[in-house]
Ligand binder design. Structure first.
Ligand SMILES: Nc1ncnc2c1ncn2[C@@H]1O[C@H](COP(=O)(O)OP(=O)(O)OP(=O)(O)O)[C@@H](O)[C@H]1O
Ligand SMILES: [Mg+2]
Length: 314
């Protein structure tokens, strides 16, 4: 069995003279949870819609489940699930009726969909609310139903486009638990997000900016390979003076405000906390403290977005 479920080569989508997806290449293996992280307008949805065969690539190729997205979209679509960024529910139907409706759209007969709808209700945690009208569901529950709809025909590959946007952290965590459950059951999940914290949950993560895939790898590998150096947490008063002093110090790659402290990245091997504290003392900030910190995905994104793009295979 071929375990490559998505294979993309040099994929481009141009709208007029604007390139929304710019020569993107990657592949995804069966059972992976691959995230696609990028700011608004970076090309996440456009990439997904091409992979679903909903949007024709300008150039390049994409094979999904062995089908060419440009030529075999109708064969591909019944096999994949899609939770669109702006999904619509039938507000005047109940949770169960929404699922039954979509099961019908996918051609499932009652004998097949009855047990499937039941299983999906359990899976997405809506069994107790099957009789509620969609319109009374709050944010996190609506996302669950939308996920259920994307799953009703038992697809082996799921495209989730910012599925947790606008829901509270607890609902997001619960949603990620469902994603893991699906992956454990053998499904492949391709999920876009602009939340750095949830990007950490992905087995591998692609980082998009302005239509380009800047890097793709495990979050830990990206942090190690993309951001060479050491991160520090600096507490000082006033913070802005510390920021100026550190930004000007040799060997400091990055210094920025992060809540009540500074997050600082230095070149590998250049600095110890004592050296940084000395820089701060030299700027009249005698009481400053410097502690080592973790490199974050935000550091990875900043590093990639501000330097010449290069794809890292990690
Ligand atoms: N049909 C279209 N015609 C013209 N431009 C488009 C079209 N669809 C998307 N774009 C542009 O392509 C760029 C990428 O859009 P896309 O929706 O793929 O971004 P995204 O990463 O999904 O952003 P978001 O996080 O806001 O959902 C944007 O600048 C958008 O305005
Ligand atoms: Mg989008």
């Amino acid at each position: 069995m071929n375990d490559t479920v998505i294979e993309v080569h040099d994929l481009v989508k141009a709208f007029g003279d604007f390139t929304a997806v710019d020569h993107v290449s990657f592949s995804v293996q069966r059972g992976e949870v691959v995230g696609y992280l990028g700011p608004n307008g970076s090309g996440k949805t456009t990439t997904m819609r091409m992979l679903l065969g909903l949007l024709r690539p300008t150039s390049g190729t994409a094979q999904v489940l062995g089908f060419d997205v440009a030529r075999q979209a109708e064969r591909l679509r019944p096999l994949v699930g899609y939770m669109s960024q702006k999904f619509a529910l039938y507000e005047d139907l109940t949770v169960r009726e929404n699922l039954v409706f979509y099961a019908g759209v996918y051609g499932l007969r009652p004998r097949a969909y009855r047990p499937r709808v039941k299983a999906v209700l359990e899976l997405v945690g809506l069994a107790g609310r099957a009789g509620d009208l969609a319109r009374v569901l709050a944010g996190g529950w609506r996302q669950r139903l939308a996920l259920g709809i994307a799953l009703v025909h038992e697809p082996q590959l799921l495209f989730l486009d910012e599925p947790t946007s606008g829901v509270d952290p607890e609902a997001r965590r619960a949603f990620w638990d469902m994603i893991y459950t699906l992956a454990e059951g053998g499904a492949t999940v391709f999920v876009s997000t602009h939340y750095m914290d949830e990007a950490e949950h992905c087995g591998r993560l692609g980082i998009m900016n302005r239509g380009k895939l800047l890097a793709l790898g495990a979050p830990s590998a990206l942090k190690r390979e993309v951001v060479p150096g050491q991160a520090w947490e600096v507490v000082a008063e006033p913070l802005v003076a510390a920021l100026d002093a550190l930004t000007a110090a040799p060997g400091v790659r990055y210094a920025g405000l992060l809540g009540d402290h500074l997050h600082v990245i230095t070149q590998p091997g250049v600095h110890t906390p004592e050296v940084l504290a000395a820089v701060l003392r030299g700027a009249g900030l005698a009481g400053a403290t410097v502690e080592s910190a973790d490199i974050t995905l935000e550091d990875v994104f900043t590093e990639l977005a501000t330097r010449r793009p290069a794809v890292t295979a990690a």
